[in-house]
Write a protein that binds this ligand. Sequence first.
Ligand code: MN
Length: 183
Amino acid sequence: LETYRRKRDFDRTREPRGATRQRSGSGPPSFVIQKHAARRLHYDFRLEVDGVLVSWAVPKGPPLEPGAKALAVQTEDHPLEYGAFEGVIPKGEYGGGTVMLWDRGTWEAEGDPRRGLAEGKLSFRLSGERLRGRWTLVRTGGDDSAGNWLLIKRSDAERSRIGRGEERSVASGRTMEEIAAEA
Ligand code: MN
């Protein structure tokens, strides 16, 4: 989490400093998706692995149609506590802008997630309040694409629950505008 902490001034932002790498609980690991209106709007997709949230920024949001793909740029690991963060990062600070908890739940890797991350191919099932079903993350090749992955929706029998209310937080029911107003 050194990179996470180095990028932030915790006297200025209310983001959690985070404990050191935590021991995961006994239940299935968590995932969270945060809608983040930074300089560019994106969705931060975070999977709990070994006590941290391994993270990707997905500019277009997670794909929902089987076979659909979205660019996912890996970012620094975040502390587990970040999975409960919703609020406003002050302007001028790293990632300044509004953060909404857009989805949360548990995930299940197909195979060993550490090996999947190391080898650049991670398949999993999400059981979220909104997203349900199977996706695969694949690291793309090339030296200039460091950190670039594709998030690919696979076909399955499950249906995500997207539709009315999608513009509201799963945690607080607030819109981005209502969260921004707290600042
Ligand atoms: Mn972000």
